[in-house]
Design a protein around this ligand. Structure first.
Ligand SMILES: Cc1cc2nc3c(=O)[nH]c(=O)nc-3n(C[C@H](O)[C@H](O)[C@H](O)COP(=O)(O)OP(=O)(O)OC[C@H]3O[C@@H](n4cnc5c(N)ncnc54)[C@H](O)[C@@H]3O)c2cc1C
Ligand code: FES
Length: 263
């Protein structure tokens, strides 16, 4: 595991509560792959004490990007950081999306809800560079909650948007938009990141159709590297289930592996 104590912020964009930071760090970039994440110190003091997990939103030779939504104290402090300041980061951590088999002639559909779209931009770019056909389904409650749509479009990544209030794109949940698209064609695999309800629905659709799907799970994380057991989720084993660490064994799991708690 690498620690980058002073990754310099070399770019920043904000859209309300959503923020994008570009950090210069050849070390972080060297271990980057879509679906992996960093544990970031958001304060120089003890509040918050614990680092916060954020996915790699994109990466180049000497830089990585983060895209996040303010959720509480840690991300609010991060949102105040300016260009030229530095961040103390651990990572990249975890097991990301598995892309083997996704090259020329294969198609992947990516489904992201709210801040969950963060890792999908890097994934889309990487799959396209391998020759795969990509289509992204991006949902939020309102048009203000899908701020990355122009970024996807400028990169030439095919995009379908959904908003719960109908203020942009399809009116309804992104899973309803996906369901409609699946009636007209089938990709070779689904990749999703977002709120649990969205992932549960996507996973169920995939299983029902016999489509492979990879879901990136979230959990409140204490350490990010397997030491605290604070991030466990029920994962299938034989006929039962076992607790697995999202930080170390995930965050990406197959839809067929995940056991969801019933509401
Ligand atoms: C592997 C991983 C990757 C992530 N990537 C991103 C990303 O790229 N962009 C992004 O915006 N967010 C991402 N998150 C979520 C992000 O880590 C949390 O929003 C953040 O830790 C909240 O910290 P805070 O101090 O701002 O809020 P807190 O004050 O700690 O919490 C605010 C609220 O958010 C809830 N919360 C805190 N942490 C999590 C969590 N990990 N999952 C779900 N709910 C949580 C709390 O229960 C509370 O209700 C990721 C989480 C994981 C586990
Ligand atoms: S966050 Fe500590 S074990 Fe996963």
């Amino acid at each position: 595991m690498r620690r980058e104590p002073a990754a310099r912020i070399i770019g920043k964009r904000s859209w309300g509560d959503f923020h994008l930071l570009r950090l210069e760090s050849p070390d972080l970039a060297a271990g980057a792959s879509p679906g992996r994440f960093l544990m970031i110190r958001t304060s120089d003091g003890f509040d918050p004490l614990l680092r916060r997990p954020l996915s790699l939103h994109d990466a180049g030779d000497v830089w990585i990007e983060l895209f996040f939504r303010v959720a509480g104290r840690g991300t609010a402090l991060l949102a105040k950081k300016k260009e030229g300041e530095t961040l103390d980061c651990l990572g990249p951590l975890g097991r990301g999306f598995r892309m083997d088999g996704f090259g020329a002639g294969r198609t992947a559909w990516l489904i992201g809800g709210g801040r969950g779209v963060a890792p999908l931009y890097y994934l889309a770019r990487t799959l396209i560079s391998r020759g795969a056909g990509v289509r992204v389904f991006y949902g939020g409650k309102t048009s203000a909650e899908i701020p990355l749509r122009e970024k996807f479009e400028s990169a030439g990544i095919p995009l379908d948007c959904a908003t719960d209030d109908g203020s942009f794109g399809f009116a309804g949940f992104v899973t309803a938009l996906l369901e409609r698209a699946l009636e007209g064609g089938r990709p070779d695999g689904l990749f999703a990141c977002g709120p649990d309800a969205m992932m549960k629905r996507t996973g169920r659709m995939a299983l029902g159709l016999g489509l492979p799907a990879q879901l990136s799970l979230e959990a409140v994380m204490g350490c990010g590297f397997g030491a605290c057991w604070g991030c466990v989720h029920r994962i299938k084993k034989d006929d039962g289930g076992q607790w697995r660490k999202i930080c170390e064994d995930g965050p990406v799991f197959g839809a067929d592996e995940i056991l969801w708690e019933e509401a």
